[in-house]
Design a protein around this ligand. Structure first.
Ligand code: FE2
Ligand code: FE2
Length: 277
């Protein structure tokens, strides 16, 4: 599978802009997929630079209802007239970040998208075909991230800690070569990878995504000891990990230090083939 990184927090070179967000264009054996859109129109700009024809994308998959992943959906709908958009049915509830001054800032996607004719509301598990599969039923509680504490959902007029029921992960299976893609891994990359193993009876070959190890409210990386413990788990799976975005620069650096070439950094403009690492 070929991956073209359209949006990430850093850039491969000055030729590509970056923003706090994630958007990945995937060319699999059978399909073209856009996984997340970043915040706005940057993914369109970088898609042009990387020779990606967004009008030909067959599936749009939203990892979870945060604007740094789904803010560009209206731009995608303009650029593409045929793709189906797979969005978790809980993604249209209200989501907020608590700011350091105690205010609540809405960070969820536009709820009116629920009624768009090309949007398909997903639940725990969806097998699109033999190559693409979505899952969101991650119940493991290992290594919870403190970077989730200020992320809230609104229920019955009150704000409470987000349970991330709206977070889904993508499995790509190309003739036995399996890739797991997570957006922010709010439910924990260890728990997500463990759920993959429960489902498939093996570890993935490649994992791509943010691991949510940077607390944007406190502007601080997770405790290095927690990062190290997560790194030890990731190492024993034998998978290759591409990360960045909400992992944060500090935790990404620590993981690369610990795991060597088993961990690689994502950047806007980065293109790679998961079968050729
Ligand atoms: Fe994110
Ligand atoms: Fe997020």
């Amino acid at each position: 599978m070929r991956v073209k990184t359209l949006v990430e927090n850093t850039s491969l070179s000055e030729h590509f802009e970056n923003e706090h967000g994630l958007s990945l264009y995937l060319e699999t054996e059978k399909h073209t997929v856009l996984f997340d859109s970043g915040c706005g129109s940057l993914f369109v700009e970088n898609a042009q630079k990387l020779g990606v024809d967004l009008s030909k994308v067959e599936y749009f998959i939203l990892s979870h209802s945060h604007l740094d992943h789904g803010g560009g959906i209206p731009e995608f709908l303009k650029a593409n007239r045929t793709a189906q958009l797979y969005i978790h049915e809980r993604a249209f509830d209200g989501f907020f970040a608590e700011l350091p001054n105690g205010d609540y800032w809405s960070i969820g996607i536009d709820a009116s998208l629920r009624d768009h004719p090309r949007v398909i509301g997903t639940q725990d598990l969806l097998v699109i075909d033999e190559e693409l599969e979505l899952f969101s039923d991650v119940t493991g509680q290992e290594f919870p991230s403190t970077a989730n504490h200020h992320l809230l959902m609104k229920e019955g007029g009150t704000y409470r800690q987000d349970t991330f029921a709206h977070e889904q992960n993508l499995i790509i299976n190309e003739s036995g070569h399996t890739v797991l893609i997570a957006g922010c891994a709010h439910r924990g990359i260890v728990n997500i990878v463990n759920r993959f193993r429960e489902m498939k009876g093996r570890w993935p070959d490649v994992v791509i995504g943010g691991f949510h190890l940077y607390n944007s409210q406190k502007r601080k990386s997770e405790d290095p000891e927690l990062v190290h413990q997560i790194g030890a788990f990731l190492k024993q799976t034998g998978a290759v990990y591409f990360t960045g975005h909400c992992t944060g620069l500090e935790a990404t650096r620590l993981l690369i230090e610990q795991l060597g070439p088993q961990v690689r950094a994502l950047s806007s403009g980065l293109v790679f083939d998961t079968k050729n690492l």
